[in-house]
Design a binder for this molecule. Structure first.
Ligand code: FES
Length: 139
């Protein structure tokens, strides 16, 4: 049976490892936790419109489909066109450069089932539209 002194010594020797582990858990939770960033005011993107926004060094395309907001990665996978400057018809976005079309609700390309534009979770809070750039929704 260990003595009290040996037990104390053993516990003290584990403290640096426990501190390092706690730091790792905190870092991991920051990676997993949503990080909501405001990209626009609700009034900036009326129903039936799109806009382009830059948040955290990323270009985000925001769409308002009948009062519901959707956000996609704003760079077209074809040749980098600005999806947030495209034309929205219902839930279908047309890229302004060469006409690739995407369903903004799912990111699904309209002609090629292999292409999905990354989507971001969206929420509205206090008149602002926020996205979580840490969580890309892909099919
Ligand atoms: S860059 Fe979007 S269709 Fe070509």
């Amino acid at each position: 049976m260990p003595t009290a002194k040996a037990w104390t010594s053993a516990v003290e020797s584990m403290q640096p490892a426990a501190s390092a582990l706690r730091l790792t858990v905190e870092q991991a939770s920051q990676q997993i936790m949503p990080r909501w960033i405001e990209i626009a005011k609700v009034a900036d993107c009326p129903p039936g419109t799109a806009l382009e926004s830059v948040a955290d060094d990323r270009i985000v395309a925001l769409f308002n489909v009948g009062g519901e907001f959707f956000a996609l990665d704003g760079i077209c996978p074809h040749q980098g066109g600005p999806l947030g400057q495209g034309e929205l018809s219902g839930c279908i976005l047309t890229c302004p450069w060469h006409g690739w079309q995407f369903d903004v609700r799912s990111g699904q390309h309209q002609l090629n089932a292999r292409y999905f534009q990354p989507r971001f979770p969206v929420r509205v809070e206090g008149g602002a539209v926020l996205v979580d750039l840490e969580q890309t929704n892909s099919p």
